[in-house]
Design a protein around this ligand. Sequence first.
Ligand SMILES: Cc1ncc(C[n+]2csc(CCOP(=O)(O)OP(=O)(O)O)c2C)c(N)n1
Ligand SMILES: [Mg+2]
Length: 374
Amino acid sequence: MTHTLTPTAEPAVDVDDVARLLNQDGERIADRELDPYVADIDAEALRGLYRDMALVRRIDTEGVALQRQGQLGLWAPCQGQEATQVGTARAFRSDDFVFPSYREIGVNFVRGAVPSDFVLAWRGEAHSTYNPYDINTATPQIIIGAQSLHAVGYAMGIQFDGTDQVAAAYFGDGATSQGDVNEAMVFASSFRAPVVFVCTNNQWAISEPVTVQAKFPIAGRAPGFGIPSLRVDGNDVLACLAAMRWAVDHARRGNGPAFIEAVTYRMGPHTTSDDPTRYRDKDEVERWRRRDPLTRVEALLRAQGEFSEDFERQVAADADRWGADVRSACLSARTREPIEVFDNVYDEPHVGLDAQRAQFAAYLDGFAGEEAGR
Ligand SMILES: Cc1ncc(C[n+]2csc(CCOP(=O)(O)OP(=O)(O)O)c2C)c(N)n1
Ligand SMILES: [Mg+2]
């Protein structure tokens, strides 16, 4: 290592400097290290991955539409990131424990979320939607990077329990600038915790391009913490699955944490509240549209004669059913009474809570006449 204070020239971070098993045209590329991890993926398994991604895209489209129609307060779209989410999540065992961010619709889908799980919180009808222990997945985190600490804590708990489960944290490129993520990596490395960090580098943190926050590939930071890492094409579902199987296997064998950077692109807005045309270039979006994660799997399956009309029809029908179920779960949601906000905060009642509840009830009573007078 050289010891110098001379700043190095700014290197360009190349989005194509990634491990890849499928190119943009859906051609299979051999990779000595990753191939063994997907040796079992035959045409049927590949169709399964395609179907997962198609259903996730449909759930996402429905979420955006519901928000535009005033039925949801907010939605954080995942279009473009389906391969990263489905590919990595398919590497877990059901008893592993996953800590997602707000955008991991595809991860939650793979973990077993049901239609209402995608909408109730965004509609403001539930503090959180699924019970984390039903699908071994924490409720989506909105505090940037915080879930990385939770995942490491959970992984250290696994060590105390002496089981071979693995924990995982999903966060974005922007989150890697947060102290939490870096502190989590220090603890994970020091305690050899069985945790996998998945950084979805979708090129943007709201309106901040990744180039402002990372002058060097993000995966290159992990080895500095003593954590091995892989940088993969996040629009290549096979590469994501293979890399994640490597990472999960590494952690499960007691070798400590691993880090995956999935290089992908957020095709839509950050959330339904922003307008990305104000801060990014149309050509950039079009360049990434040509790297669509679904079309390259479709191209591979077609080239193998494994993408039949029947299959296409079935996926479209399943996707429409999921879309309709998400919509009806949203529209039929029960609007809660405001006083219910106290119900699930503490396990048992106590005098302080009773006093607050009484005060709030009296406040609500103050509006009693208004409803009738309207
Ligand atoms: C601690 C914290 N700071 C700021 C915010 C506001 N915020 C919400 S999303 C976001 C950008 C996150 O970007 P990235 O980590 O790349 O994830 P992406 O949204 O691209 O999936 C910010 C700054 C927040 N939610 N939490
Ligand atoms: Mg981002």
